[in-house]
Design a protein around this ligand. Structure first.
Ligand SMILES: [Zn+2]
Ligand SMILES: [Zn+2]
Length: 353
């Protein structure tokens, strides 16, 4: 098998070869058909997240061991089963849920693998799909894609379930506008799923007019450029009685986006941070109880949310998010383009093509 690995943090991914693994126990071997390139892969390749104020969170400290094959948005064809693998057949085309926990702790027992303290996520803590083949530890992490296109289905594993998990945390989804900060790949996915979930309306905020125009075309009720000095007032004006937002989903997660999102809340409102751009937020404490505000983090999605998302897209159709395919060998070039902000929508690598 061939795979692109992080060998040294901050260096381009390295092409390595190894014997194709034989699945053991409950493991399932997939031939990778489609592997989405996610913005967080850039952080993984660099080896850290920016915590703001000059502080960094090292991924090595969080258990990332090198070399590791990146790629956590994978669709593949089942080509071999371990002796104890059940509920899956050779030849099936499947989406792999990469958010895999230890399987033992209380969170994993509930299916909240995304809250496990010892995650083994594919493409982060274990080898992922920037490769010709990938091993999945158990068939419970695999979802048959049916007639869905592999390239379009792959982003559901991260971009899809991450925005779905955040949208599920919005109690007012069907009754009030939801503010979505970020109109990149994640933003367009969030907007599309918001519509499929029967969301009331979405107001999309970004600093890029071209991306905002795309969000408007994709059905955003209103758009706001965050560079404007009165961006908070503009957002609030678009809410019920101009009082502020019941829910803000921040897909950027920078100091600036957090400030804007938090300051746009109405009494009782919820600021949900998803993006991992990096930075910090200083807030006064008394308004949190007095205005009953919630600050909530949302990290990918649970096993239940992944399953529910697959059912939603099978019933209501795939989110109409732009997807471009590229050969596996282009991965470093794609990372460069993503870092430069040149990619609209999602790029999916096609190792089997
Ligand atoms: Zn991702
Ligand atoms: Zn666990």
């Amino acid at each position: 098998m061939r795979m692109f690995q992080v060998c040294t943090c901050g260096e381009p991914l390295q092409l390595n070869e190894a014997p194709t693994p034989e699945p053991k126990g409950t493991e399932v071997l997939l031939k990778v058909i489609a592997a989405g390139v996610c913005h967080s892969d850039l952080h993984l390749a660099e080896g850290f997240f920016d915590l703001g104020g000059g502080k960094k969170m090292s991924l090595a400290d969080r258990g990332m061991k090198l070399p590791v094959t990146l790629g956590h948005e994978n669709v593949g064809e089942v080509i071999a089963l371990g002796p104890d693998a059940k509920g899956i057949k050779v030849g099936q085309k499947v989406l792999a849920n990469p958010w895999i926990g230890c399987g033992q702790c209380a969170a994993c027992q509930r299916g909240d693998d995304n809250l496990c303290r010892a995650m083994k996520s594919l493409g982060v803590f274990s080898n992922g799909g920037y490769a010709t083949h990938v091993i999945i530890p158990h068939s419970k992490y695999l979802h048959d894609i049916g007639d869905l296109s592999p390239e379009r289905a792959a982003p559901l594993a991260c971009s899809g379930v991450t925005t779905f998990g955040a949208l599920k945390k919005v109690p007012t989804l069907k009754n009030e506008p939801t503010i979505i900060i970020g109109a990149g790949g994640l933003g367009l996915m969030c907007l599309a799923l918001h519509q499929k979930m029967g969301g009331h309306s979405a107001i999309v905020v970004d600093i890029d007019d071209a991306k905002l125009a795309q969000a408007k075309k994709a059905g955003a009720k209103a758009i706001v450029n965050a560079i404007a000095a009165d961006a908070v007032q503009q957002v609030m004006k678009l809410t019920d009685q101009g009082a502020g937002a019941w829910a803000v989903i921040d897909l950027v997660g920078s100091s600036q986006s957090a400030r804007l999102g938090y300051d746009s809340l109405v009494k009782g409102g919820k600021y949900i941070v998803v993006g991992l751009y990096g930075g910090d937020l200083t807030v006064s404490l008394p308004p949190i109880p007095m205005r009953a505000l919630t600050i909530q983090g949302s990290y990918v999605g649970s096993q239940h949310e992944m399953k529910e998302l697959m059912e939603l897209v099978k019933a209501k159709g795939m989110p109409d998010v732009p997807v471009a395919t590229r050969p596996l060998e282009d991965v470093n070039a794609v990372h460069g383009e993503l870092r430069a902000g040149k990619i609209v929508g999602r790029v999916v690598l096609t190792p089997a093509a």
